[in-house]
Write a protein that binds this ligand. Structure first.
Ligand SMILES: *[C@@H]1O[C@H](CO)[C@@H](O)[C@H](O)[C@H]1NC(C)=O
Ligand SMILES: *[C@@H]1O[C@H](CO)[C@@H](O)[C@H](O)[C@H]1NC(C)=O
Length: 133
């Protein structure tokens, strides 16, 4: 009878130890995910679409030469953005947007970002007084 009680205590003890070990392992996993591991994976997953783009890739996407002016950049950007948006390609639209963003940064740093003369048809919402030809 005493032996049975001892055995039960031993089993209960072993269960507690086992549970604690499992919890510790689970916590270790969670910690690993919180730190580097998961972050790296997340960066890789989103980087393809949303990450910073270098300017040569940006030029490629917008179809621009190295010497393009900021005005040309914006012209291409507006065109590609609107056609892709109309076609419903969110992926390409965001690519086009990221490309514009990357070039904007570059042009700004180089002091090449000029004010764009406003196009008559662009952003005309709420300005009905504008002349119509
Ligand atoms: C820019 O990115 C593209 C694609 O990720 C890569 O092939 C190219 O080598 C990069 N160029 C520079 C100058 O970093
Ligand atoms: C959408 O943008 C890409 C540039 O990333 C361009 O190559 C493509 O021609 C555009 N789509 C349309 C329908 O013009």
């Amino acid at each position: 009878m005493a032996a049975r009680v001892v055995a039960q205590v031993l089993i209960a003890g072993a269960t507690v130890v086992f549970r604690a070990a499992t919890q510790a392992w689970g916590q270790a996993l969670v910690n690993a995910q919180k730190s580097g591991v998961a972050q790296e994976a997340a960066t890789k997953a989103t980087g393809a679409v949303a990450g910073a783009m270098n300017s040569s890739e940006a030029r490629l996407i917008l179809g621009l030469d190295t010497g393009a002016t900021w005005e040309e950049v914006m012209k291409k950007y507006k065109h590609l953005f609107s056609v892709n948006e109309t076609q419903g390609s969110f992926y390409l639209t965001s690519k086009v947007y990221r490309a514009k963003e990357a070039l904007e940064q570059e042009y700004e740093q180089a002091g090449l970002k000029t004010d764009i003369p406003e196009e008559p048809q662009a952003q005309a919402q709420g300005s009905e007084q504008k002349e119509q030809k």
